[in-house]
Design a protein around this ligand. Structure first.
Ligand code: SF4
Length: 366
């Protein structure tokens, strides 16, 4: 075990942490000291600001060819909960969104791997969203979906991404990374993109000027060492491309999955992983708490552990709720603002590129 005093000193001074350093911090007995280093790292990047955005989630279908053991959302096409939106359904949802959501800046679309929809369908969905909402940023398709599009279309990953970008895609979310270790993936998601494919999609997207997020799903069958290696892999990609906008970690929700015998990790573990991510990912500007996975109280607490982005208003999320998340499926802007203000940080409504938008008195920094 490393001398944690010198590791803590490195962490507090923003020096790059090695794998051994990160492991030592994980095992450091004083979590609040680790939190303090993470809070300092956050404030070096974002100062007193905590970001949020007004976004809407859209999940096109839950019919999926992959059948991952970790998933509670997907089903077969004859399942009674199965649904698949067509272009008209998407259009209806856009109309409803335009009527009901004020100040929307981002659509966030992730879906299952539908066994029958052709690649042209997804291009058309993008064109339709951009036709109806030309000023709204479209963040869509995880690397897992991109690999699926490549396999159903015969196009390379680069060709798929270039065509989606041409249709109007603005950026990619970072989902499907889970833990970038193929031994783990064989257990939790054997039929979806491999670690190398996930990395290839991200690096290709970045090279085409499509920014992305990066994620980690922890608390299932992985070891602490595998989590840390995952973080270091993300840091190495970021060193090469600079294309990641934010990192988001998700605790695994076992309910309704084939891994339901597992137990959801503790709040202590959640906070420790958030702080560790902030410290290891020294080249990421933003660490995001996805409140829907964490719950609002824990997401608020995470602001003291290095988080500078509370994600968004979301509206109608289906995937996490299928796995038993008890959070609401959306939140009002005023409630998000109040949660941030209570911590003493300054809420800043942002667009997808972390530029301030709006001008509520005393709330938005211009
Ligand atoms: S995690 Fe994604 S790819 Fe796997 S079954 Fe669920 S929706 Fe399909």
């Amino acid at each position: 075990m490393k001398n944690t005093e010198s590791v803590m000193d490195k962490a507090k001074n923003g020096r790059r942490l090695s794998f051994e350093d990160a492991l030592a911090l994980y095992h450091h007995e004083d979590l609040l000291e680790v939190a303090e280093a993470a809070r300092m790292a956050k404030e070096r990047k974002s100062g007193n600001r905590v970001f949020y955005n007004v976004n809407r989630h859209l999940n096109l279908s839950n019919i999926c060819a992959a059948g991952c053991p970790l998933c509670a959302f997907a089903c077969g096409k004859n399942d009674e909960t199965a649904y698949a939106m067509d272009i008209e359904d998407v259009d209806e949802l856009l109309t409803e969104t335009m009527l009901n959501v004020t100040g929307l800046t981002e659509m966030h679309m992730v879906s299952s791997l539908h066994p029958e929809k052709p690649f042209s369908f997804y291009e058309e969905v993008i064109r339709q969203i951009k036709r109806r909402m030309p000023d709204v940023h479209l963040k869509a398709f995880t690397p897992v979906e991109i690999v699926h599009f490549s396999s159903i279309s015969g196009l390379t990953i680069r060709e798929v991404l270039a065509r989606l970008k041409y249709a109007g895609l603005d950026s990619l979310p970072g989902g499907g990374a889970e833990i970038l270790d193929d031994e783990i993936r064989k257990i939790i998601c054997p039929h979806k993109a491999t670690s190398q494919e996930w990395i290839e999609v991200m690096e290709t997207a970045h090279s085409l000027g499509l920014p992305t997020n990066a994620t980690m799903l922890y608390g299932h069958v992985e070891t602490i060492e595998q989590r840390i290696r995952h973080l270091i892999t993300l840091r190495e990609i970021q060193d090469r491309t600079g294309g990641f906008q934010a990192f988001v970690s998700f605790p695994f929700h076992p309910e309704n999955t084939a891994l339901s015998h597992l137990k959801r990790v503790s709040a202590w573990e959640d906070m420790k992983m958030i702080a560790l991510a902030r410290l290891v990912l020294d080249n990421f500007d933003h660490i995001k708490a996805f409140w829907m996975m964490l719950t609002l109280p824990l997401a608020q607490l995470s602001l003291a552990f290095g988080v500078d982005d509370l994600d968004g208003t979301v509206q109608e999320e289906r995937i996490i709720h299928a796995a038993g998340a008890k959070t609401g499926s959306g939140i009002g802007k005023a409630e998000l603002v109040a949660l941030i203000q209570e911590t003493g940080y300054q809420p800043v409504e942002r667009d997808t590129f972390y530029q301030p938008v709006g001008c509520e008195d005393g709330v938005v920094e211009k």
